[in-house]
Design a protein around this ligand. Structure first.
Ligand code: F6R
Length: 604
């Protein structure tokens, strides 16, 4: 996701901004830019792709002395990753950088366009600077104009704005996206989206809260809260290690990414869930014309997302759905028919096997769609259409938040097709949308839950293996729980449909076989319960995850009752991720970089 830096002071502004952006690279981006204001002159540089491209472009730009500057790494959400869409965005005499999404930008843009304002980019961000300049004409001070601008913005943001009308000042605002101010000697002020760029520069920092806004100049730091009350900055000291700063206080990237799921799912929903329906602006509705089957293809965790969503596609969109493991599809001489929409799912967009199947489908003349977390990746460039999950860069090798956002997109997509094919009524769609809106709160990790799983994990460090079992969508979730456990604990685990146990696997049941049973209240509870009882009767050690108390369980993790089984799915997903992680920690393994694994598998 996007990263922001800013600087007010007399040291090497260009180097400070570029070094800061380098520290934010881990957040993921596809273009970058800086704007520096010095003695009434703005200098602007932008480049698509890696930061090195921006470094090269600015090689001959070496401002000395006092200046103010803002910089940005952009992770495309509205509009392609081009120079025009890269930040900073220019008005007539002001620049803005922004992280987040302005939900009502189209309405503001139309209003401003009607007044003759020309927009250069396709971004939501550009409205901020034009709206500010619009208000600058009538408000008594630039700060009043900034304040009035904020009052009209809906959505999540961290904003820095600089204007020639106050050439020693940076205006800032934070609402839902991170923003930290760093203070250093000689009246220098820094801004950054996380601690890492500030380490080594700032002595003290201010962590802004949601709704905070204000301005800094060499002699001032003014912060106001969402009630427009002036607030005294609370100063904090910085962590000393950059790597730990990137982890934002979490022990591992995986832990941070599990905790981030609520926020990234909300990001993934923005603009797509509307009151009466699902909207994928990026898809041409004609994509589904003449389509009688959806074929999903993926590897690993992404394959589990595909398998889980195949239940939703048949159930809601009433469309024939098949699911393939990419490495298998490649060599099985598959029947690829033109009335099939071929959908690849990939966090990285670079997985070699999945990419090859996409090429095969294209060659066979099928329409193709990719659901991917990395814009501009090979799959996104190749497929006819793409939907980006907005998980931000995922660093932990064991995929967590990417899976969560894939499932969010796929559930939405099944409903969108159901709407087009009229296989659900308006009322049914509305009920599904209501459930979707609850996902971000369902995946929030509470201290109580995490502590419970941490304590429980000590009982699962031995034994001869784990069975993760569930029915329907909880079967692919069981597969995913088993995969998470295998990847980071190196313990043997298998995922099974719970109804399959008595067809062979139950022979393994004894006290040293651990069964992790997914027992949602809202879907086939009694059927699953019978299967778990059969295992319990054969003395398997049972860890049940359910909202319903279960007296045959040796260990019990109580989840919440929800109106929709998919909310139980998302809550149990978090439980399984934390369980794998806490067992791994107790075994002393490297949680983020497990042995033998790579984050992006670009070889066959
Ligand atoms: C598991 C994991 C892998 C990936 C698989 C596909 O935690 O991360 O199983 O899901 O290698 O990768 P993508 O989704 O990048 O195609």
């Amino acid at each position: 996701m996007c990263g922001i830096v800013g600087y007010v002071g007399k040291h090497k502004v260009k180097d400070i901004l570029l070094d800061g952006l380098k520290e934010l690279e881990y957040r993921g981006y596809d273009s970058a830019g800086i704007a520096v204001l010095q003695e009434d002159n703005f200098s602007l540089y932008k480049a698509v792709g890696k930061l090195d491209n921006l470094v090269q472009k600015t090689a001959d730009f070496n401002p000395e002395g006092f200046a103010i500057g803002i910089g940005h790494t952009r992770w495309a959400t509205h509009g392609k990753p081009t120079e025009l869409n890269a930040h900073p965005h220019l008005g007539e005499s002001s620049y803005v950088v922004h992280n987040g999404i302005i939900e009502n930008y189209q309405e503001i843009k139309k209003r401003l366009q009607a007044e003759g304002v020309r927009f250069l980019s396709q971004t939501d961000t550009e409205v901020i600077v034009h709206l500010f300049e619009h208000h600058l004409k009538s408000e008594p001070t630039p700060f009043d104009a900034f304040k009035k601008t904020l009052g009209e913005l809906d959505g999540a943001y961290a904003i820095l704005l600089v204007t020639k009308s106050l050439p020693d000042t940076i205006f800032f605002a934070k609402n839902g996206s991170p923003m930290i101010i760093g203070l250093a000697e000689e009246n220098e002020k820094y801004f950054a989206s996380s601690d890492a760029p500030l380490i080594g520069h700032a002595k003290e920092v201010v962590y802004l809260g949601d709704g905070d806004y204000g301005y800094v100049s060499p002699n001032e730091l003014k912060i106001f809260d969402y009630n427009n009350n002036s607030v005294k900055p609370t100063l904090a000291t910085l962590p000393t290690s950059k790597l730990s700063a990137q982890k934002e206080g979490f022990r591992f990237f995986m832990e941070k990414e599990v905790y981030e799921q609520s926020a990234v799912i909300s990001d993934t929903f923005i603009g797509r869930i509307q009151d009466d329906g699902i909207v994928f602006e990026e898809l041409d509705p004609a994509l589904f014309d003449g389509i009688n089957e959806v074929k999903f293809c993926a590897c690993g965790t992404s394959y589990h997302a595909a398998l889980a969503s195949s239940y939703l596609f048949e159930r809601y969109a009433k469309i024939r759905t098949s699911v393939e493991i990419a490495s298998e599809l490649r060599y099985k001489e598959p029947l690829l028919l033109k009335d099939t929409l071929f959908v690849v799912i990939s966090q990285s967009g670079e997985t070699a096997d999945t990419l090859e199947t996409l090429k095969m489908a294209k060659k066979a003349g099928l329409k193709t769609l990719v659901i991917c977390n990395v814009d501009n990746s090979s799959m996104v460039r190749l497929a006819d259409a793409s939907i980006l999950t907005r998980a931000g860069i995922e660093k932990g090798v064991a995929s967590t938040k990417a899976f969560a956002t894939q499932m969010s997109v796929l559930w939405m997509l099944s409903l969108s097709i159901a709407e087009q094919r009229s296989t659900l009524t308006t009322e049914e769609i509305k009920a599904q949308i209501k459930a979707l809106r609850s996902v971000p709160s369902c995946v929030q990790v509470t201290d109580e839950l995490h502590e419970k799983i941490r304590r429980l994990s000590k009982r699962y460090l031995h034994g001869h293996g784990f069975f993760f079992i569930g029915r329907d969508v909880f079967y692919p979730l069981a597969l995913e729980g088993a995969l998470k456990l295998k990847e980071i604990t190196y313990l043997h685990a298998e995922g099974y449909p719970s109804g399959e146990m008595k067809h062979g696997p139950i022979a393994m049941a004894d006290p040293e076989l651990f069964t992790i049973a997914l027992m949602p209240k809202g879907l086939l509870y009694d059927k699953t319960k019978s299967n778990v009882e059969e295992l319990s009767a054969r003395d398997s050690t049972i860890c049940a995850i359910s909202p319903v108390e279960f007296d045959k369980a040796d260990d019990f993790i109580k989840t919440h009752s929800h109106d929709h089984y998919m909310l139980e799915f998302f809550e149990m997903m978090v439980v399984l991720q934390l369980l794998a992680m806490e067992i791994s920690v107790r075994l002393g393994n490297d949680v983020d970089m497990p042995r033998n694994l790579a984050k992006s598998v670009t070889v066959e």
